[in-house]
Write a protein that binds this ligand. Structure first.
Ligand code: 13P
Ligand code: SF4
Length: 365
């Protein structure tokens, strides 16, 4: 068996059509030994090769249950880390392009989260009063942090249930990195905005007073997704003036004001489900990433459904876009040759504690 990796440079100039043929051939050769998971934000030329597509929760479950030796994750870095943590030790998680990160995930890191925890500990009894929740869009060491402190992971499709689980254990939640998902979900549960504070990780004590921390139920990390920031409530108002029959649907990473005006809020998988199951000849205004919206429009137009992207400014997730057919061909052909490239391996102790917080999540639903 050849153990020298085929170099990525040899793939850079391949056409997408050539990649199509070679990806199909490599997948046939690998058979059940390899599964390709694809997030809904992947570009079409990659997405079509996914054996299973889904949102973060569905893909985590698939990774946990898969029998395949190789799990090739067409998504972003934290997703491949979750696949590594939840799969068996002999399975290999692969990210076709190592530069596929998540800018929101990068807004929280071990240093600033531990500093936050230490600063909170000076004014409240953190271990007994606060459940840390990390959105799945975070590095494995932050999932491990939650595992170490009896916390939990959530995704955009289960955040409500996870908040209920957390408040059943302790009276406060520290929620990172996405303030918007935390705020909208807590508000849906009946927690007033006055009971939520923002932890500004660039300021001492999060920029909060002792009293503000003591009174808060939700401590929201000052993180956000730049892709979902572009959607504004004015976009909805303007669109409804022209097409008042429109139903509005938003990903919970969109800001609170957009979510408040939306008829539905859902994860990527739920957005697809709701629009697919809707009556024919309906119109939809969608606040999430462009590749998903375009694909959904194409899929549903035969039923007379019109699916529109919410903002006039096009907003794609540039890191999801890093995974191209050239990188996918490269990792698969290397696997055919018996060579693993771009393996994602979480350090053992972090993996153990990250698994704890992920298992907590999977046990909730
Ligand atoms: P979903 O879990 O809804 O697919 O969201 C993942 C993500 O990164 C959205 O920005
Ligand atoms: Fe991260 Fe936003 Fe891209 Fe999702 S859309 S992967 S949250 S940067």
């Amino acid at each position: 068996m050849n153990t020298t990796a085929l170099p990525i440079q040899d793939y850079a100039l391949l056409s997408d059509e050539e990649c199509d043929t070679r990806i199909t051939a490599a997948k046939e050769k690998l058979g059940k030994r390899c599964i390709v998971l694809g997030h809904h934000y992947q570009r079409d030329s990659v997405f079509k090769h996914a054996d299973i597509s889904g949102d973060s929760l569905k893909l985590s479950r698939e990774a946990a249950q898969s029998e395949a030796e190789y799990i090739v994750f067409c998504g972003v870095h934290f997703m491949a880390e979750v696949a590594d943590v939840l799969s068996r030790p002999e399975q290999v998680a692969i990210l076709p392009d190592m530069a596929a990160g998540c800018s929101m995930a990068d807004m929280a890191n071990k240093i600033n989260v531990e500093r936050c925890w230490d600063e909170l500990a000076k004014v409240i009894d953190v271990e007994n009063q606060v459940t840390p929740i990390t959105y799945i869009n975070s590095a494995a060491d932050l999932k491990a942090f939650c595992g170490r402190h009896e916390g939990i992971v959530c995704t955009s499709s289960n955040a409500g249930k996870i908040l209920e689980w957390s408040f059943a254990k302790r009276e406060k939640v520290l929620f990172f990195p996405d303030q918007h998902l935390g705020r909208t979900t807590a508000h849906q549960m009946g927690i007033p905005l006055e009971d939520m504070v923002i932890w500004d990780f660039d300021k001492p004590q999060g920029g909060l007073t002792v009293e503000e921390i003591q009174n808060a139920k939700m401590i929201l990390w000052k993180g956000y997704c730049s892709v979902h920031q572009v959607f504004q409530p004015e976009h909805i108002d303007e669109f409804l003036k022209q097409y008042p029959e429109t139903k509005v649907i938003a990903h919970p990473e969109a800001c609170f004001e957009v979510c408040q005006k939306a008829d539905y809020i859902g994860s990527t998988e739920n957005i697809l489900k709701i629009v697919r199951e809707a009556e024919p000849n309906t119109r939809w205004l969608v606040a999430t990433e462009l590749n998903l919206v375009n694909r959904l429009h194409d899929e549903c137009k035969a039923e007379g459904k019109n699916v529109h992207f919410m903002s006039a400014t096009l907003s794609m997730c540039s890191t999801m876009f890093r995974t191209d057919p050239q990188h996918l061909t490269w990792v698969l052909e290397n696997l055919v040759n018996g060579v693993v490239v771009n393996q994602i391996k979480v350090e053992t102790e972090d993996a153990m504690f990250a698994k704890k917080s992920l298992d907590n999540m999977l046990s909730v639903l």
